[in-house]
Design a protein around this ligand. Structure first.
Ligand code: PLP
Length: 404
């Protein structure tokens, strides 16, 4: 009789957004006349920018001609895209990243979930709390768990680094260093971030303790403040302790189109073993590359026109973020984030739990947000709203919240 991977049975409840979806569907069934505004899930709403669409269409046409048809692509991604990434995301910022350190993929979620495969099952994990659920869940699936503390809802192999208003959402360096540390800045869900100096402390810590930093920079395009790093490789020494994950989802609206990349520097080693080689082996064995047409669309993201169009899109989302922040503050809520990220993190009022506030907001205002508790124990008592809705819906949602 076959056996299953029992680690999957250790996963806690259903995935956060399925749980939200179920509640919203029930609400709509019971209240068919009410308009529900979703400021919960972090999906973009603006269509692909014209320059990107043009590149996509051209690539589609190429696929229809014998001379320009593309079959399987190179393992690491097409050179035209990796070249653009190196030039525009790294060299331009003074980061010395080479083309063979870039691995193109179909998004940061897959990479964030898969990267743990090249590390020992015995490694301990460090995550910010609250946290993007994929980091912990993918390690639970792999069996990096230890024992479960039911009261705290935590695993013994995972160090949870609280990020709350008390520490200004800046995780403290753990006394006992985890082997693998996931950092995401600008952060989902809190919308807060680290300055370059604060991130440098983590890089120094990683190098000193022999810990690997898995740096998720999915929201890099939303950074507006000068002293916030766009890449971990802006910090000195990061190439010997950090892997960076990037996505085209939030900067260019590729959530449905799918494109991302991971940077694994060649200087990153465990003894004599190069992590770049290990990831290349894994990539080549289990993955056959993002589609040619999508990589061409990704290339257009870096074009002058593309950049111009995307700056407008991001400004539109950030206008929503500013509107939400201001509206919530005026309504008397404590509000964080929303300056370098499209997420607004708020304290729930009157000591409500985050799920109680979710139900309250849905019932009374018909607005859907995300309960902080779904992102980890320290998310309890907080609530996330996103700036990815349309401006009109954002304004309407805030009007409704203000009237509560
Ligand atoms: N990383 C973080 C922190 C995210 O919030 C998300 C999506 O919400 C992703 C990665 C997923 O990115 P992608 O769409 O490229 O898979």
């Amino acid at each position: 009789m076959f056996k299953i991977n029992e680690n999957y049975l250790k996963l806690q409840g259903s995935y956060l957004f399925s749980a939200i979806d179920k509640k919203v569907r029930n609400f709509i069934e019971e209240n068919p006349h009410r308009k529900v505004i979703r400021l919960g899930i972090g999906d973009v709403t603006q269509p692909l920018a014209p320059t990107i669409l043009k590149a996509l269409r051209k690539a589609v046409d190429e696929m229809g001609e014998k001379e320009t048809f593309h079959g399987y692509g190179p393992d690491l991604g097409y050179e035209f895209l990796r070249k653009a990434i190196v030039e525009k995301d790294y060299k331009k910022r003074g980061c010395d990243i080479e083309i063979d350190e870039i691995f193109v993929s179909d998004g940061a979620k897959c990479d964030a979930g898969n990267i743990q495969e090249i590390f020992s099952i015995e490694n301990t994990i460090g995550v910010c709390d609250p946290v993007y659920p994929v980091y912990v869940d993918s390690n639970v699936m792999a069996g990096r768990t230890g024992t479960y503390d039911k009261d705290k809802e935590t695993w013994s192999q995972v160090t949870y680094m609280p990020c709350t208003m008390e520490n200004h959402f800046i995780p403290e360096l753990p006394k006992k260093a985890p082997d693998m540390i996931y950092l995401c800045f600008p952060n989902n869900p809190t919308g807060t971030t680290l300055t370059k100096e604060q991130l440098q402390r983590w890089v120094d810590y990683g190098n000193k303790e022999g810990a690997i930093l898995l740096f998720d920079a999915a929201y890099e395009a939303y950074i507006s403040q000068e002293d916030v790093p766009h890449s971990i490789y802006e910090c000195e020494g990061a190439k010997t302790c950090a892997i960076e994950l990037k996505s085209f989802s939030k900067n260019a609206g590729f959530t449905g189109t799918r494109l991302g990349y991971t940077v694994v520097p060649k200087d990153l080693k465990c003894g004599e073993v190069s992590l770049n080689t290990l990831w290349a082996r894994r990539h080549g064995t289990k993955y056959n590359g993002a589609p040619y047409i999508i990589q061409r669309a990704g290339e257009a993201v870096y074009s002058k026109e593309g950049q111009k169009e995307l700056r407008v899109q991001i400004a539109n989302y950030m206008k929503n973020a500013a509107y939400i922040s201001k509206g919530l503050k005026e309504a008397g809520y404590e509000v964080f984030g929303g300056i370098n990220a499209p997420y607004i993190w708020m304290k729930t009022p009157d000591k409500m739990t985050s799920w109680e506030f979710f139900d309250y907001l849905l019932k009374e205002a018909g607005v859907v947000g995300t309960p902080g508790a779904g992102f980890g124990p320290s998310g309890e008592g907080y609530f996330r709203l996103t700036a990815f809705g349309s401006y009109e819906n954002t304004v309407e949602a805030m009007d409704r919240i203000r009237k509560l």
